[in-house]
Design a protein. Structure first.
Lengths: 119, 113
């Protein structure tokens, strides 16, 4: 069974940094592209970033480009999101999701981790 | 970026009756190279993570009941629930993956009358 478990969320001050992790199990992690999607409190879904299976390709939403970095460790079945220069607008639940194939649909989602940016 | 507009934003439904949600795109989601339309539907049940319902316009994801169906073409798409059940409540989102950035509709909240 596919499992995605996010961690690393928490309270951070504006301008601060945070690294989110997503531990994957139940499938061959190194064969799948992965994505991060976020949801601000009471709001809709926003795609944040995607990474191909070998890390050859990475994509970002304009709202996070230059501040966030997606990366992965296939040996450890883990996906990461490094977030710098955080602002209140980055406050959200961050979900990691598996892409069924490169740039494919998001067929499995984690339970999410909450990031709160506040002074 | 491609803008997806869902209507209605709120949909009260009676169990056993049909329901439909519209998603309109600011540009065509048909990729002529492969003939596929990259429009997906997700359901976020209360307190849960989103789950995939329909992908590439009309293909049901694994385990999704056949009362859910997706249709449309070009820029206009519809998710239909043939007979709503109580477990179908939640927020439904359409999403396009034709072009980066992938974008979602605003969401349609389905609730039981």
């Amino acid at each position: 069974e596919v499992h995605l478990v996010e961690s690393g969320g928490g309270l951070v001050k504006p301008g601060g940094s945070l690294r989110l992790s997503c531990a994957a199990s139940g499938f061959t992690f190194s064969s799948y592209s992965m994505a991060w999607v976020r949801q601000a409190p009471g709001k809709g879904l926003e795609w944040v970033s995607s990474i191909s299976s070998s890390s050859a390709y990475t994509y970002y939403a304009d709202s996070v480009k230059g501040r966030f970095t997606i990366f992965r460790d296939n040996a450890k079945n883990s996906l990461f999101l490094r977030m710098n220069s955080l602002t209140a607008e980055d406050t959200a639940v961050y979900y990691c999701a598996r892409e069924a194939y490169f740039r494919g649909m998001l067929d499995y989602w984690g339970q999410g981790t909450l990031v709160t940016v506040s002074s | 970026e491609i803008v997806l507009t869902q209507t209605p934003l709120s949909l009260p439904v009676t169990p056993g009756e049909a329901a439909s949600i519209s998603c309109r795109s600011s540009q065509s989601l048909l990729v002529s190279d492969d003939g596929n339309t990259y429009l997906d539907w997700y359901l976020q049940k209360p307190g849960q993570s989103p789950q995939l319902l329909i992908y590439s316009l009309s293909y049901r994801a694994s385990g999704v009941p056949d009362r859910f169906s997706g249709s449309g073409s070009g820029t206009d798409f519809t998710l239909k629930i043939s007979r709503v059940e109580a477990e179908d409540v939640g927020v439904y989102y359409c999403m396009q993956r034709v072009e980066i950035p992938w974008t979602f509709g605003q969401g349609t909240k389905v609730e039981i009358k």
